[in-house]
Ligand binder design. Structure first.
Ligand SMILES: Nc1ncnc2c1ncn2[C@@H]1O[C@H](COP(=O)(O)OP(=O)(O)OP(=O)(O)O)[C@@H](O)[C@H]1O
Length: 393
């Protein structure tokens, strides 16, 4: 009998698109105090206008309002973007969670891999969305609390074990945030699947363990202030929840993975006031985000070759972007005119990501026997041997 573990793709579902959401954060204090000009106008729940014409003030010449535009000013782009949902500056993490990730929980229990990632420039609100704070926990916490609370409802049918890992990619090195003394981790590729060798998975049984793990990991995350953000995350952080479900009656095993990814923010060296080591960090962040952008473009165009190998980040996200994964992207933007280029770039990326299709399949382990199944097999073999003994003697 072949005892090797294989992943069987069961019940192939049709190609699914990456769901893309945009969240516009409120003005920061600094932005509010410096003649706050909006570059994003939310039109309705799904549409926003970038660089809207409506805000254009009348142009006066010699005290007379002119019909044409002021040629000294850049023409407004007035670009309409449509997404799965757009959140305005008053939206709460609860609302974002309800609309973006809540529906993924059922998929995780069906055996699908799911990913949520926050994208955007430095200071645009990614960490606020993913982690939040004590008064407004982020979507990582809210999703996993909901996932754990679901365990009770299925415990009669399944034996479920849940564990978590937390890693960061900092300056192209992968580190285990929950075990910071462990050596730098290496990526391995097996049959097209990328794994992080040596990454440890800690069990989580209740929301309190989860909260402790998240806090422990965040304390170890590389953070440094930049001019754009006093607590800027300088690494890409990937928090993963690993779920193993064994159907009690049949012994069938389903494995799934929920990845919550807080990307480091793209930035312009001048805007962030960086030099030396900070500049090197910034270059590495931009390099990996450029690689991510290239992968998004290749996937959106349906190209055969997707350059995942160009950075550690894209290798780790390979499954989340182009593989067997249900993916949600939350693009965070600032509404302030000072972030014009960053916001425009983020919206363009997010718009491209809408075209990505992924092929979903459940992760069901075959050829793996549970202990009760082994016991039954031993019994069957014993009975057969006993019959032979009767014949021989
Ligand atoms: N929706 C929001 N409501 C209220 N405050 C917000 C919101 N989004 C972001 N902020 C605040 O804006 C600041 C920057 O946000 P955050 O740290 O989440 O940015 P970031 O995109 O993670 O930046 P970086 O890439 O530099 O880590 C923080 O002080 C955060 O509390």
């Amino acid at each position: 009998m072949n005892n090797k573990r294989t992943l069987k793709n069961q019940a192939q579902s049709p190609a699914s698109s990456v769901k893309v959401f945009v969240r516009v954060r409120p003005f920061s204090e600094k932005e509010s105090s410096s003649n706050p000009k909006l570059v994003v106008k939310i039109y309705d729940e799904k549409c926003l206008i970038f660089d809207p014409k409506v805000d254009e003030e009348s142009f006066f010449f010699h005290g007379v309002a002119q019909r044409g535009r002021d040629i000294n000013k850049k023409e407004k782009k007035n670009m309409v973007f449509e997404f799965d949902r757009v959140f305005d500056e008053n939206s709460t993490n609860d609302e974002v969670y309800e609309a973006t990730t809540k529906s993924l929980i059922a998929s995780v229990f069906e055996g699908y891999n799911c990913s949520v990632f926050a994208y955007g420039a430095t200071g645009a609100g990614k960490t606020f969305t993913m982690l939040g704070n004590q008064s407004q926990p982020g979507i990582t916490y809210l999703t996993i609390v909901q996932l754990l609370s679901h365990l009770d409802a299925i415990k009669d049918t399944f034996n479920v074990t849940v564990g978590a890992s937390y890693l960061e990619v900092y300056n192209e090195n992968v580190r285990d945030l929950l075990h910071p003394n462990s050596p730098v981790l290496q990526l391995r590729e097996d049959n097209g699947r990328v794994t992080v060798a040596g990454l440890r998975i800690d069990p989580i049984n209740n929301p309190q363990t989860l909260f402790t793990l998240l806090e422990r990991g965040n304390e170890n995350r590389s953070q440094h202030p930049t001019d754009s953000n006093a607590e800027s995350s300088r690494s890409h952080a990937v928090f993963q929840v690993h779920v193993r479900m064994v159907t009690k009656s049949t012994g069938q095993v389903k494995l799934s993975k929920l990845s919550m990814i807080d990307l480091a923010g793209s930035e312009r060296g001048v805007a962030t006031g960086c030099s030396g080591l900070r500049f090197k960090e910034g270059s590495n962040i931009n390099k990996s985000l450029l690689a991510l952008g290239n992968c998004i473009n290749a996937l959106a165009d349906g190209l055969k070759h997707v350059p995942y190998r160009d950075s550690k980040l894209t290798r780790i996200l390979k499954d989340s972007l182009g593989g067997n994964c249900q993916t949600v992207m939350v693009a965070n933007v600032s509404p302030h005119a000072a972030s014009y280029e960053d916001t425009y770039n983020t919206l363009k990326y997010a718009n491209r990501a809408k075209s990505i299709k992924s092929k979903l399949s459940k992760n069901v382990l075959t050829d793996v026997m549970t202990i009760p199944q082994y016991k039954r097999l031993v019994e069957e073999l014993r009975t057969k041997i006993a019959k032979f003994e009767v014949i021989f003697f």
